[in-house]
Design a binder for this molecule. Structure first.
Ligand code: ADE
Length: 239
């Protein structure tokens, strides 16, 4: 998979792309990241990327030319049609489902803006998805792009050591994850639940499912709204 990020602050990405699992994913050829400073595509003498808003008002607006030309250049040297994603607070809320959708693409282009906003023609004619990472306003789209890169990369086959761990994550199953314990079985009087020490796989699986459900019900009941629960599951959260 190829992921290109368009940003005026490419340095922000060096720590993220150069560390841990994302670094290994790039080194093993599973994913190829690049960060492009779209100022380089500005055709103006002073490499301007923004301008005053028509109609007046506060703040600057990102001009269409540098961004259109940068995306065209990246598209022209791509083997597939890239999916162009714009990071902005007005976008659709990012989710695990969206990460799974993006992970199926061959080429993503993530557009990070700063300033007051983007010229509307970028939204209308260049972008496939507008994504927000939450209901708050950041100084730019870079942190959002990092969230997408991280959550998508870990879903690519071969990136996580244990293939199962991405499948049983919180959200992939539609439920929050069950509690985890490791040794010792008794830490300063705080004990690991007996069932986990029993070696009885079926009981352990049931316990984990029940705890997932209970945890989802108490912390994120909204996740259960569109889920059909069995009678046993309903009894459990009724307790
Ligand atoms: N840019 C500014 N705020 C943002 C947000 N919440 N999500 C994505 N991009 C943004």
């Amino acid at each position: 998979m190829r992921i290109d990020v368009l940003s005026l602050f490419p340095n922000m990405f060096s720590g993220v792309f150069g560390s841990s699992i994302l670094k290994q994913a790039q080194e093993s050829g599973i994913v190829n990241y690049s960060v492009v400073d779209f100022r380089e595509y500005s055709s103006s003498k002073h490499k301007k990327v923004d301008d005053y808003p028509y109609g007046g008002g506060a703040g600057m607006v990102l001009s269409p030319q540098p961004i259109f030309d940068a995306v065209t250049a990246l598209t022209n040297n791509s083997e597939s049609r890239p999916r162009v994603v714009l990071l902005c607070p007005q976008g659709q809320r990012y989710s695990q489902a969206k990460a799974e959708e993006f992970a199926k693409e061959e080429h993503l282009i993530l557009l990070c803006g700063h300033y007051e906003g983007y010229d509307e023609r970028i939204r209308e004619h260049l972008v496939d998805d507008e994504v927000s990472i939450g209901d708050y306003v950041l100084t730019g789209g870079e942190l959002g792009a990092m969230v997408i890169v991280d959550s998508v990369t870990r879903l690519l086959p071969g990136v996580l050591g244990n293939a199962e761990s991405a499948m049983t994550d919180s959200f992939s199953t539609g439920l929050l994850e069950h509690p985890h314990y490791t040794r010792p079985a008794d830490f300063r009087g705080m004990k690991v639940p007996d069932v986990l020490l029993s070696g009885h796989h079926k009981n352990i699986e049931n316990w984990r499912h029940q705890e997932s459900l209970r945890r989802t019900w108490t912390r994120r009941p909204d996740l259960l709204e569109n889920k059909t629960l069995t009678k046993d599951e309903l009894d459990l959260i009724d307790d």
